[in-house]
Design a protein around this ligand. Sequence first.
Ligand SMILES: Nc1ncnc2c1ncn2[C@@H]1O[C@H](COP(=O)(O)OP(=O)(O)OP(=O)(O)O)[C@@H](O)[C@H]1O
Ligand code: SF4
Ligand SMILES: [Mg+2]
Length: 334
Amino acid sequence: MDETILEIKDLNMVFSSGKSKVHAVDNVSFRIKQGETVGIVGESGCGKTTLGRCIVLAYKATSGQVLYHAADGKKYNIQAISKQKLRSIRKEIQMIFQDPYSSLDPRMTVFDIISEPLRANYKKIPKNEMEYRVQDVAKKVGLNPSYLKRYPHAFSGGQRQRIGIARALILYPRVIICDEPVSALDVSVQSQVINLLMDLQKNMNLTYLFISHDLSVVEHISDQVGVMYLGQIVEYASTDLLFHNPCHPYTEALLSAIPLADPDTPMDHIPLKGEIPNPSNLPSGCFFHTRCPYCQERCIRERTSLIRLDDGRLVSCHFAGKLPLHGIQAKVPR
Ligand SMILES: Nc1ncnc2c1ncn2[C@@H]1O[C@H](COP(=O)(O)OP(=O)(O)OP(=O)(O)O)[C@@H](O)[C@H]1O
Ligand code: SF4
Ligand SMILES: [Mg+2]
């Protein structure tokens, strides 16, 4: 369980259109161990999806490496790999998307949707093997096999997301990038899908990168959490440390906005002031300084970089470890 499966190193993704440039992923580095879940949180537009897409090579990054420790025991930089090798590596890293409505082709049967990656990767797969694999993953995600001849419109959001998960599993991957997999679902269905993902992880030894703006879900499912702001990781720590003892003011602000289970106990809330800066016109100094309640003169002038604290976490703040920040348990009732 202690083995690294993915190493993201100095990853950058810059989108250019005309004169404007957006640095959607800005020098991001972290590692994921086999069998664990790394949550990625942050407000809309901070680069979560772009990071996930660079890892599955849906985007070729502007620079940096994504080192993957493959099933064959070798390590590959999947951002710079031969086309032939990429075909076999790609099967091992799959993605689940947010919207179970638009990501499933309405003209295909559920069987055809789930089996499509098999047909694309193994031109001559025998029919009975294909049927066996589709039945197998349908069972694993809790889809009734008699539904396989139907079309996606016949299914609820939760069932559709199960179809999306079955499709991601059909090639028996090792890593799954889950991009907001429950955000489009009713709250009552969210926990069923989260529990399914957790069971699948145990039974199939899967590794997840779990992208979400919902911190409660991320706390429940993740072993480690990375907090992103304007393309950068500003804090990366074990879930327990990050939620109970945050060291970056942005993490604290996100935590204080988590709705509480008990609405009768109002808690101190540190509202995030101001808007997210325009990503094509980034602030000077620390990118968070325009909204940070602890901002000092140095923050406006001097860029921050990720430093490792004694407890092992990474934080990008000039005053990391020196600010009196509150985590979720430390919220004080008014
Ligand atoms: N294909 C693209 N072309 C140009 N800019 C893009 C592209 N994809 C994303 N961006 C920009 O990159 C930044 C990061 O976007 P991204 O979709 O990765 O954020 P996100 O954290 O996933 O947001 P959300 O929570 O809304 O899904 C944004 O400023 C976005 O406008
Ligand atoms: S460097 Fe300064 S502005 Fe940035 S997060 Fe730390 S205290 Fe806030
Ligand atoms: Mg996104």
